[in-house]
Unconditional design. Sequence first.
Length: 247
Amino acid sequence: MQTVLITGCSSGFGLETARCFLDHGWAVVATMRQVRGDVLPPSDRLRVIALDVTDPASIERAVTSAGPIDVVVNNAGIGWLNALEGTPMAAARELFETNTLGTIAMTQAVLPQFRERRAGVIVNVSSSVTLRSLPLLSVYTGSKAAVNAFTESLALELEQFGVRVRLVLPGRAPDTSFGDNARSRMRDGFPNAYAELVRDVFSGWDQSSEVTQSRDVAEAVWRAATDPSCPMRLPAGADAVSLAASR
Ligand SMILES: NC(=O)c1ccc[n+]([C@@H]2O[C@H](COP(=O)([O-])OP(=O)(O)OC[C@H]3O[C@@H](n4cnc5c(N)ncnc54)[C@H](OP(=O)(O)O)[C@@H]3O)[C@@H](O)[C@H]2O)c1
């Protein structure tokens, strides 16, 4: 039986991806910062373990307790929407620490076992904002564009060991906790000078008919993990697929 370890399974894409792999008969190591046994259906193929991707000791404990795994899905991430002038450096550091360095650290932690077994797949969840630049997302986009560049370079060095590395690029998913989590971090609001731009960005979203569902992302991760012919960058969700096609 194949085993997948997924980060950020408490909600949204990570939770749906864990469900998807369980439905396909895999063993699932669902990781989350605060362990909750009630978010996933009970299964003897499921283990829920604590993992904060910004904490090296937590990463080491989680990877050791997970044992051998075949696929790692770096999904844990946080959002931030604001002008750069409204973005404290502490927020920028938190974003890169979680989205970028968390992905790098988790990848580094599982790599030795993949290389030794000459098998394994790393799936990094990035974002479709890296396909088309949008205002108010400079720091978030930077954190995810770095994941893209990291992933594509790493893929080249791991090919020789039979280890595959892929990117999933989800579109905007208003139904996950992502927006609320980001808003709770943005206590100081937007700088006044950017008020008109903020209004334009929000009204653009109100008018957009295509969005991404968690299921779209779970299915894209499943494909990235199991289909060796999957392209390096796989858009997930109607809006992301349209955007990728229009480029
Ligand atoms: N929703 C969107 O519109 C969208 C679009 C494109 C890409 N994405 C990306 O997709 C991924 C999942 O987002 P989502 O929409 O499913 O959001 P979500 O519902 O907020 O889920 C994010 C998950 O990441 C976890 N997390 C945050 N910081 C962590 C840390 N330091 N260590 C471990 N886990 C941590 C959260 O755990 P806690 O419960 O502990 O906070 C949560 O389980 C993220 O990488 C995000 O950047 C989202």
